[in-house]
Design a protein around this ligand. Structure first.
Ligand SMILES: *Cc1c(COP(=O)(O)O)cnc(C)c1O
Length: 367
């Protein structure tokens, strides 16, 4: 039995009958940029996340970028984040001209360890950028007071965390802004690229709306310099349909997470995800730590089981950030994680037998 890492065709087969009329309605309307479907999706997602406003943008990457732009962060500024995340987190900081400052992770959750943040704050620090990695929220109740003490904004990279919560608060709702991604491998995926910024601040939302459209206030009147960061109406129509299924999909992801946990409990060579009690993980990715990770991965590939590695090289070790002056050894927990993590298949349409096949494959490798 083949078990792909992700099976988008299986999801499409289920929602096809709902998707086609929604897409057709956009085609008939011939409204392709910010249109009714975008406005409706913004409202739906703002409500879902428990936020006052949401602004649809072109990708998760651009959600981060426009958030930094909205805060006026630029050259000479520093933004504190994790070295163990997708590239876009630090890429956005760099692109506005600011400096990414890394703080090591908590080895249990893979998220930025709040204990290290305060020591990294300088006079140049303007924001904290925690990432809710793999669908588990960072320790926001420890992070927010640090931000308040130092007058810093908080941008939540919730690209992997729509539907995740902590102490009942939804991912994206606790910081100054939360950034969502609708990339195909994310829990809520568009038919192409898309993203959204959620916030409790209506004024900030207005600014974000202008930034995504070249800083236009009125027609062809530019108050400041933004860019083309718009979300397509077509993508919003697709996402609007998928939103109706999100709660069920999250339930299934959590059930799959629990099942893997049970099946792998007696496998001493792997560590299954450690979800801290205040958190409800969305299991956007199901990531284990594994001994002899690369050999295990090759073994599973031979058996037709798809896996991935998020992420095999920490950001402080990336060539493009060499000028930041970081060295290997500075963030030992992140570096160790990069050598051990392995993402297993997880998608709502996955069958119980497939979960068993993956667990079986892992156990036979070590046996
Ligand atoms: C996917 C992702 C992004 C970027 O989102 P895109 O929509 O692919 O641009 C940013 N941060 C994290 C943590 C992500 O996983």
């Amino acid at each position: 039995m083949q078990v792909p890492l992700l099976d988008l065709k299986a999801q499409y087969a289920i929602i096809r009958e709902e998707i086609i009329p929604a897409v057709q309605a956009v085609l008939e309307s011939q409204i392709f940029n910010i249109g009714p479907a975008v406005k409706e999706l913004e409202k739906t997602i703002a409500d879902y996340c428990g936020c006052k406003a949401a602004v649809g943008v072109s990708s998760g990457t651009d959600a981060l970028l426009v958030s930094l732009m909205a805060l006026g962060i630029g050259p000479g500024d520093e933004v504190i984040t994790t070295p163990f995340t997708f590239f876009a987190t630090a890429g956005g900081i760099w692109r506005v001209g600011a400096r990414p400052v890394f703080v090591d992770i908590d080895p249990e959750t893979f998220n930025i360890a709040p204990a290290g943040i305060e020591a990294a704050v300088t006079e140049k620090t303007k924001a904290l950028l925690p990432v809710h990695l793999f669908g588990q929220m960072a320790e926001m109740e420890a992070i927010m007071p640090i931000a308040e003490r130092h007058g810093l904004a908080v941008i939540e990279d919730a690209a992997q965390a729509i539907g995740a919560s902590r102490n009942g608060r939804m991912a994206g709702s606790m910081g100054t802004m939360g950034c969502l991604s609708f990339y195909a491998t994310k829990t809520l995926g568009a038919f192409g690229d898309g993203g959204m910024v959620v916030t409790q601040d209506a004024e900030l939302a207005e600014r974000l709306e202008k930034i995504r459209n070249h800083g236009q206030g009125g027609s062809y009147v530019h108050e400041f310099i933004g860019g083309n960061f718009r979300l397509d109406n077509l993508q919003a129509a697709v996402l609007g349909v998928k939103m109706r299924h999100l709660a069920d999909w999250l339930d299934r992801r959590q059930a799959i997470g629990r099942r893997y946990g049970e099946l792998l409990a007696d496998c001493a060579e792997v560590v299954t995800p450690i979800i801290h009690p205040p958190n409800v993980s969305s299991f956007n990715y199901y990531v284990i730590r594994a001994q002899r990770r690369d050999e295990l991965r090759a073994f599973l590939t031979d058996r037709g089981i798809g896996t991935s590695i998020y992420y095999q090289l920490c950001l402080h070790e990336q060539e493009c950030f060499a000028s930041l002056g970081y060295r290997r050894g500075q963030f030992p927990h992140a570096e160790q994680a990069a050598g051990e993590v392995l993402a297993l298949p997880v998608y709502p349409e996955m069958a119980d037998e497939q979960i068993a096949v993956v667990a079986e494959g892992i156990k036979s490798f070590y046996a």
